[in-house]
Structure formats: C-alpha cells, structure tokens
Design a protein around this ligand. Structure first.
Ligand code: 6U4
Ligand code: NA
Ligand code: NA
Length: 156
C-alpha cells in the first residue's frame, strides 16, 4: 500500500540571501537544506513548519508563505514523502546552531547545490523568482533522480 509522510521545509530569506542549515544527523545528514521535519499528530502543517524552524535554528516565523509541494518517491519504497515548502522574510530571533542544524546565510548566487539534495538545484530557481509550484521526483537511492516533473502554478 502506498502511504504518504507529510513533512515541512522552510527557507528564510533576506535581500539577496537565503538561510540554510547543515543537517548534522538523520535524513539528509551532511547536506545544506532548509529547516523542517515531520508533521506530528494534532498539529497543522504550518504549526509543524514553525515548530521545526524553532527547534532546528531557534528562529520564530511570524508569517510563512506556502510556495510549493515536493513529492518524493524512492525506488523500492512504497512511502511517498510529501514536503510542504514555505518561505519567510519575517522572523524573530538569531539563527543559532542546534544539535540538528548549523545555520549559515548564503548569497543566492552562491547556493552550495553540490552539497544539497540533488533536486534542490531544479526547484530553487522557481522559489527565488517567487513562483509557486508543485513537483515530483523519483529517486534511486539519495543521489540519483530518475524522473522529475515541476508544474509551475503561479508564474513570476
Ligand atoms: P526526527 O526523526 O524527528 O529527527 P524530523 O526532524 O521530524 O526528524 P527530518 O529531519 O527527517 O524530520 O525531515 C527531513 C527534512 O528534509 C524535511 O525538512 C524535509 C527535507 N527533505 C526531505 N527530502 C528532501 C529533498 N529531496 N530535498 C530537500 N529537502 C528534503 O530539499
Ligand atoms: Na528535521
Ligand atoms: Na521532528
């Protein structure tokens, strides 16, 4: 049976820069990524996105804008990961390293795609333009994309 696991991913931006975190453990360890994780029972997706941002880098999101959904299938695994992607410019606090993530600001022309999930280079340009989109990726292992499709919902 195909099941879906719902996750969140938050990109914090400021002019010409995006905040990424080096994942120190677990899924995606060793790669730079936005902040996020599993939606828990009894919370909304937005509540989960805010909680994970707080837990992983000590920032409070005052607003979040939903910009896209990323669905990931892995060959041999019946579980689809459904990742809800948000952006925000409006946060309180200071990015702080935690046991899960080490945050760092990157210039948008110096995003370290070679040390990120391989799908990121495909959809980041849409986010940076302000487009909304829905995407699907079929992975073999964690490094190889066999198929992908990105549908832009609102073009910018
Ligand atoms: P626990 O088990 O509680 O430590 P949790 O923090 O809930 O885990 P985690 O860290 O496994 O969840 O969440 C994975 C994070 O990685 C989510 O923010 C979604 C994100 N993610 C998963 N696949 C991705 C991919 N292919 N590209 C990407 N982000 C991905 O950019
Ligand atoms: Na996480
Ligand atoms: Na979590």
């Amino acid at each position: 049976m195909v099941s879906r696991k719902v996750l969140t991913l938050v990109l914090v931006t400021r002019p010409n820069q995006v905040l990424l975190g080096m994942k120190k453990r677990g899924f995606g360890e060793g790669w730079w990524n936005g902040f996020g994780g599993k939606v828990e029972k009894g919370e909304t997706i937005i509540e989960a996105a805010k909680r994970e941002l707080q837990e992983e880098c000590c920032l409070t999101a005052n607003t979040l804008t939903e910009v896209g959904q990323l669905d990931f299938e892995f060959v041999g695994d019946p579980q689809i990961l459904e990742v809800h992607l948000f952006t925000t410019k409006d946060v309180s606090g200071v990015p702080t390293e935690t046991s899960e993530m080490k945050p760092q600001w990157f210039d948008i022309d110096k995003i370290p795609f070679h040390k990120m999930w391989p799908d990121d280079k495909l959809w980041f340009p849409h986010v940076l333009k302000g487009s909304k989109f829905s995407a699907f990726f079929l992975f073999e292992g964690h490094h190889k994309i066999l198929k992908h499709k990105i549908d832009v919902v609102t073009e910018q």
